[in-house]
Write a protein that binds this ligand. Structure first.
Ligand SMILES: C[S@@+](CC[C@H](N)C(=O)[O-])C[C@H]1O[C@@H](n2cnc3c(N)ncnc32)[C@H](O)[C@@H]1O
Length: 231
């Protein structure tokens, strides 16, 4: 919905489509998966530990209107801002650690694009729910679980609540216990679940970023059990 380091906006189309009427994103960020295509129409529940990020969602869900968003001031290059919603548009993971930022051309442009996108799409999230806190606070419901934590090692270190604070073994066990289906995202250091390659993204200076995925479906397990019982 807004510019966010590590968001899945460009690659949302590569993940499996949801098979359930409810989507839960326990590591919400800007929730690009739930917003992609027609998915937003489902019941969507977001959980986010960074209260500045969940605060943006609370505002978007409960207060924002297209005109309120359009009336947010534009940013001029060189001015300073202490607004977290502006700071995350700086296209750097360091943004999470800045209290104030000097507006760069990139930030001003990203903010302009986000403002337009948010005002045009705000109606899509009015029925969504946001919970501020740890992923374990997610309701124990049958759903399509889109699990996109800060990636293990370097890539996930930038966030205020980054990879160093996550017990990945515990997270893997928790994910396996979810009812419904699980779509779990990781990068090249993901080694705590049987991940398989999803795609490689071109990064800067000829580097590539590997995206991997773990998929689990209770439905297909159940179908398999029924099939085995019928023989
Ligand atoms: C990779 S980002 C999610 C990106 C998101 N899928 C998107 O498209 O924008 C991971 C998010 O998890 C949040 N987070 C980190 N630790 C968490 C925890 N223990 N519980 C819930 N959220 C957490 C971070 O603040 C960050 O916003």
């Amino acid at each position: 919905m807004f510019y966010y380091y590590g968001r899945k906006k460009q690659i949302a189309k590569h993940y499996p489509s949801p098979n359930f009427d409810r989507i839960i994103e326990p590591f919400a960020g800007s929730a690009a998966y739930s917003l992609y295509g027609e998915k937003w129409k489902k019941e969507v529940i977001l959980i986010e530990r960074d209260e500045r990020v969940s605060g943006i969602w609370e505002w978007l869900i409960n207060e924002a209107t297209p005109s309120k968003i359009k009336n947010l001031p534009d940013l001029s290059i060189g001015e300073k801002s202490s607004e977290f919603l502006h700071i995350i548009h700086a296209a750097t993971k360091m943004a999470f650690h800045y209290k104030t930022i000097k507006v760069t051309p990139v930030l001003a442009r990203n903010w302009e694009i986000s403002k337009r996108y948010m005002s045009e799409n705000i109606y899509k999230v009015k029925h969504w729910k946001i919970i501020n806190g740890d992923y374990t606070l997610a309701p124990e419901l049958e759903a399509t679980w889109f699990i996109d934590p800060p990636y293990k090692e370097d890539a996930g270190r930038g966030y205020r609540y980054g990879s160093k604070l996550i017990d990945y073994k515990k997270l893997a066990e928790w994910a396996k216990e979810r009812r419904g289906e699980v779509i779990f995202c990781e990068g090249h250091c993901g080694d705590y679940l049987p991940f398989t390659p999803l795609l490689e993204l071109k990064g800067v200076a000829g580097k590539t970023n590997k995206e991997v995925i773990y998929y689990q479906s209770e439905r297909s397990n159940k179908q398999l059990e029924l099939l085995q019982l019928s023989f």
